[in-house]
Ligand binder design. Sequence first.
Ligand SMILES: [Zn+2]
Length: 85
Amino acid sequence: MGKITTTKHLFLDPVCFMEVAPDKRDFTFTYKMRTYYFCAESCRKAFEKNPEKYFGSKSSKPKGWWGRYLERLNRITGGRSQKCH
Ligand SMILES: [Zn+2]
């Protein structure tokens, strides 16, 4: 019986939706008790400037920004990782 690794923790850059590996946490920003990870300083700054922009605050969907975030991510990446830089 081999070990099955079910969890592969990757953080998602909310600005460009790139996956950020957990060992590459150079660019983080904490907003409303949640820590976000970014692929680059430029993405972190963009988020820092206007965090609300990335939450889709105009939506009143009950599942909130997190669901939209994942939906959008899946649509953009099509299951593949992508790069913004
Ligand atoms: Zn980025």
